[in-house]
Design a protein around this ligand. Structure first.
Ligand SMILES: C[S@@+](CC[C@H](N)C(=O)[O-])C[C@H]1O[C@@H](n2cnc3c(N)ncnc32)[C@H](O)[C@@H]1O
Length: 358
């Protein structure tokens, strides 16, 4: 549970959602989340000792999710950080007013060394954990006492645009504190790795779920538990641009991100999801369950979420068995035909169970 809090990411679903479903799984059954976000489903699988794999188009999400499946002790993760910091000077130090005001120059140099080290040699379990924890510490609020973040005053959930941030810091005379990353890591690593569940096989990768061969990550799968990007949703990479930089991206905001599903007509959106359901079916065992938390940003003339999801499942081996209103305490269980008599709420979310029928 603690590790799940290491780094924020938008639109996470509650841990209880995948946990409740996966409690029905048999030992050894593989779990897949093709839109894994920060890996809530994968972490739920790990808590229950089930092997799991995930994919996300956002490098930030995929890195966080991959950390959810990594194993290591606080000593191993700290030792890895120390090792990376020992290795010479950073070669690729970002320049400009934003960077001068965002980080103390010695802190930035250390961050850049950690970044380059993890880009070079970041596949081991300690590196995967260190990456998630550093992503979560890269920016956040300044508080009294020992620093909790490496940056000048910034939100924790998203990185502000550079021009805005520079104006904000200048208007308030805010200078970046000098933060020793190792001292900070020594304080926070044990907190996040406390009570880490035993490791399970599996990993998460960055990719377009329409084109990934899920069997290369694990499986065959008995469970697909996921929440696709809602129709109309935009990429989060622009809001996570500093974390994206830390993972090897450019030192500026990236506004367009190829491969993100969610734009275009309802037909092309449903078609994109269908491609993912078909790929998932190829990697699943007969009888596998597909559990989807699904929603739509409501507007007068748009199709209902259930219509969109039904359209996406057409001509696939998945058959809808049950539909619930998401989060309703009694789960408002209904057969696949009758559904949701109430007027549409602000953001409508449904949970759908489908079975692989071949
Ligand atoms: C609703 S969020 C999932 C949140 C996740 N359930 C969690 O708890 O963190 C949908 C995710 O789909 C990802 N996504 C969008 N297009 C994708 C694609 N083509 N392939 C894989 N992932 C994609 C987005 O980056 C986003 O993280």
């Amino acid at each position: 549970m603690k590790l799940l809090q290491a780094c924020p990411y938008y639109t996470m679903f509650p841990l209880d959602f995948p946990l409740a479903w996966l409690r029905k799984a048999r030992p050894g059954e593989w779990v897949l989340d093709p839109f894994c976000g920060r890996g809530t489903t994968l972490y739920a699988a790990r808590l229950l000792g089930l092997p799991a794999a995930g994919v996300d188009i956002s490098p930030v999400a995929a890195a966080i999710a991959d950390g959810m499946l990594a194993a290591g002790t606080p000593e191993e993760v700290r030792a890895w950080a120390r090792e990376l910091l020992r290795e010479g000077e950073a070669r690729d130090l970002p320049q400009g007013e934003f960077w001068e005001l965002a980080y103390h120059h010695r802190t930035l140099e250390a961050i850049a060394r950690l970044r380059e080290g993890l880009m070079r040699d970041g596949k081991g379990p300690a590196a995967r954990l260190l990456r998630v924890i550093l992503l979560g510490r890269l920016h956040g609020p300044l508080r009294k006492g020992a620093p909790s973040y490496l940056s000048n005053q910034m939100p924790r959930t998203f990185a502000p645009k550079p021009a805005y941030a520079v104006r904000f810091w200048k208007a308030r005379g805010l200078r970046p504190p000098e933060v020793d990353p190792l001292a900070l890591l020594s304080r926070v690593i044990p907190r996040f790795l406390q009570d880490l569940p035993p490791p399970v096989p599996g990993r998460a990768v960055c990719g377009d779920a329409r084109h990934v061969d899920f069997l290369e990550l694990g499986g065959p799968y008995d469970w697909v538990i996921t929440s696709p990007p809602y129709w109309g949703m935009r990429t989060y990479v622009a809001d996570q641009w500093l974390r994206h930089w830390f993972l090897g991206g450019p030192p500026h905001v990236v506004y367009r991100y190829e491969g993100q599903i969610g734009r275009g007509s309802a037909e092309s959106y449903a078609g994109a999801l269908r491609q993912v359901w078909l790929r998932a079916a190829e990697a699943c065992r007969p009888g596998a369950r597909l559990v989807v938390r699904f929603g739509a940003l409501p507007s007068q003339n748009d199709p209902e979420p259930l219509e969109l999801l039904r359209a996406s499942l057409r001509d696939t081996p998945w058959r809808i068995r049950w539909v619930w209103r998401a989060g309703s305490p009694d789960r408002g269980r209904r057969g696949a035909r009758g559904f949701l008599p109430n007027p549409r709420p602000a953001v409508e979310e449904i949970d759908v169970l489908a079975r692989w029928v071949g």
